[in-house]
Design a protein around this ligand. Structure first.
Ligand code: PQQ
Length: 242
């Protein structure tokens, strides 16, 4: 418990943004990816595993809505579900991610079956889902704020991949293009809400930083599991003789 004065809105925002130094853009797996040093299987492994994150996002957003009695917030939040699941003529982000997989030479069924998802990735993503399902909805809103840092990583892939990974069909990159503006819009709402709600006391502000760190841990841990499996070639049970 702290009885200290809350940080000013600007100071609080700066502290949230400073968490960007722990974003998964800095993880060695992403660093290799951005340098064009991943082989085809390492890119495919990432796409297959990240698919579990993609399909879980609209489920966690639906859980947040179910917990949220505020109609105005729900009216904003529902857009996130539509972005990923699609609506009307828009096939949505999950389908766009499948198209990325196909552009990398994967089969649709291999992606959607989730059979290539590593246990460590599953546990990390499930931890995010369960947090959003069980935490107060205000905390769940705050946990989406890693999206503050997402446009940079999407733009990095859009700029780099065509030259670094010419074997990936360029139409597969449409997901990243879409997310640049969608993440900006999401974060405008999520950040304003967090600054207002968690800005009420120093204790709440510190809680917001803790929640953001938890989410950074989720993203980092997903890549740790992928590193062990696809860079070190030590997937679970690799040393067990049948
Ligand atoms: O490719 C990425 O590095 C990345 C990161 C994140 C993120 O920071 O959580 C998201 C996404 N992509 C993304 O595409 C996405 O739709 C998304 C939703 C959320 C969220 O927490 O609600 N994060 C992210």
């Amino acid at each position: 418990m702290t009885n200290q004065q809350p940080w000013s809105r600007e100071e609080f925002e700066a502290k949230l943004r400073d968490k960007g130094k722990y974003y998964h853009i800095k993880h060695p797996y992403h660093v290799l990816m951005a340098e064009g040093k991943l082989n085809e299987d390492q890119i495919r492994g990432w796409v297959l595993n990240r698919f579990y994150y993609q399909v879980t996002i609209p489920r966690k957003d639906a859980a947040i809505m179910a917990n949220c009695p505020d109609r105005e917030t729900r009216r904003m939040w529902v857009q996130r579900i539509l972005d990923h699941d699609g609506h009307g003529d828009d096939p949505g982000g999950i389908e766009a991610w499948i198209q990325l997989g196909l552009a990398c030479g994967l089969q649709r069924e291999g992606i959607t079956s989730l059979r290539h998802v590593l246990p460590g990735v599953r546990f990390a993503v499930d931890a995010y889902y369960n947090f959003c399902r069980t935490a107060p909805w205000q905390e769940a809103v705050c946990s989406s704020l890693t999206e503050l840092f997402a446009p940079t990583i999407h733009k990095q892939r859009l700029a780099g991949w065509p030259e670094l990974y010419p074997w990936i069909k360029p139409e597969g990159l449409a997901y990243f293009q879409k997310r640049v503006s969608q993440a900006r819009r999401d974060v405008e709402h999520g950040l304003a809400f967090t600054l207002d709600y968690f800005g009420q006391s120093r204790q709440l502000q510190e809680r917001a930083l803790e929640i953001l760190q938890f989410k950074l841990d989720v993203l980092w841990t997903m890549l740790d599991a992928m590193w062990l499996a696809y860079i070190d070639n030590k997937p679970p049970y690799f040393n067990i003789q049948e």
